[in-house]
Design a protein around this ligand. Structure first.
Ligand SMILES: Nc1ncnc2c1ncn2[C@@H]1O[C@H](COP(=O)(O)OP(=O)(O)OP(=O)(O)O)[C@@H](O)[C@H]1O
Length: 320
């Protein structure tokens, strides 16, 4: 699961970026909603003043990362089915640090940059009730945000998007970056390592099929995550087993998950063959979890139908 947050000064384009994520089917957790919920829970009316006061109180009592802490369960819940969640409304470094601690490498921070003058012009155009009326007011608002160490957050961002050109160009940049960052398919690999087996050999068997697998061995079990499907796809084509793989995938699909059981011994010589759970040496269990690609497309990407031994209706890329 990837957790993506946008950070930037007022009017830089954070809400617009989150909106694009929503359009792409990525759920968005709005930090402000947590504060609004808390305001309601306290029986207060949802005015700007009340919401602002509750936010300050939460931060004073529970620390500067109070709101980040409260959204973590929400992120986990939404992430279960989507593979990615966007967080809208990060304000300071404490919040970034909390989310980094919680999600590690899966947390990605994107800074949106835009100079004061352009942001001010956009405020004049947006005319939201709480929007600044003068450039001096916007400078003050910037300073308030910077006092929460937003500058540090901007500095440590993994990516920076400039939003100085047209809205359409900005939307395109955000869309392209999100598309690159978010996994469409999660690949999980698992197998038991028997006492009689050489762990190195088992690792190699997995790497023969998923060369980029990040492998962990815990209590005699190998667990791995991989990203690239290329080698797997290539082996299937070289062995000319598209039909077999296709029917295995259809047979072993449960909703958005496809579980394939590969013969471990055969994998040690870089070949694919299927087995069952009772195999003498336990199988290599490969689980594909589809997030932002439908089963048909995935199936036609990995193992399209064939006619006279040639693939038909093959999908060349999951990314287009
Ligand atoms: N590239 C752009 N060209 C023109 N208008 C833009 C561009 N990017 C954003 N805007 C407009 O500028 C305004 C501010 O954008 P947005 O609400 O996304 O910023 P924000 O960072 O979420 O602001 P705030 O911090 O005030 O919530 C919006 O009216 C939006 O439509």
């Amino acid at each position: 699961m990837k957790i993506i947050a946008f950070v930037g000064l007022p009017l830089s384009g954070k809400t617009t970026a989150a909106e694009i994520a929503r359009e792409m089917g990525i759920p968005v957790v709005v930090m402000g909603d947590v504060v609004r919920e808390e305001t309601k829970r306290r029986g207060l009316e949802l005015t700007d003043e009340n919401v602002g006061r509750v936010a300050s109180e939460l931060r004073k009592k529970e620390g500067m990362d109070a709101i980040a802490k409260r959204i973590i369960p929400k992120i986990r819940e939404l992430g279960k089915n989507h593979g990615a969640v966007v967080v809208d409304g990060i304000r300071g470094i404490a919040e970034v640090e909390r989310l980094k601690k919680e999600f590690g490498e899966d947390f990605i921070l994107i800074a949106i940059e835009c100079p004061l003058e352009i942001r001010f012009q956009r405020a004049l155009k947006r005319k939201r009730e709480d929007d600044v009326k003068t450039i001096e007011d916007l400078k003050k608002r910037d300073e308030r945000e910077l006092s929460w160490s937003m500058e540090e957050a901007l500095k440590i961002a993994d990516f920076t998007i400039e939003n100085t050109s047209t809205l359409e160009e900005f939307r395109e940049k955000v869309r392209a970056l999100l598309d690159r960052l978010i996994e469409k398919v999660e690949i999980e690999v698992e197998t038991d390592i028997h006492p009689t087996e050489d762990p190195e050999k088992v690792i190699n068997a997995v790497k023969n099929i998923f060369p980029d697998a990040e492998i962990e061995i815990v209590d005699g079990k190998l667990k791995a995550k991989a990203k690239s499907l290329e080698k797997f796809r290539d082996l299937i084509r070289r062995q000319r087993i598209l039909d077999t793989v296709r029917s295995e995938m259809i047979k072993n699909r449960r909703g958005r998950e496809i579980t394939l059981l590969l013969n471990k011994q055969v994998a040690t010589v870089s070949k694919i063959s299927f087995t069952d759970y009772d195999a003498t040496l336990s199988p290599i269990i490969v689980r594909f979890r589809l997030y932002r690609v439908d089963f048909e497309k995935f199936l036609n990407y990995i193992a399209p139908k064939t006619k006279a031994g040639k693939p038909v209706g093959e999908v060349e890329s999951l990314w287009s």
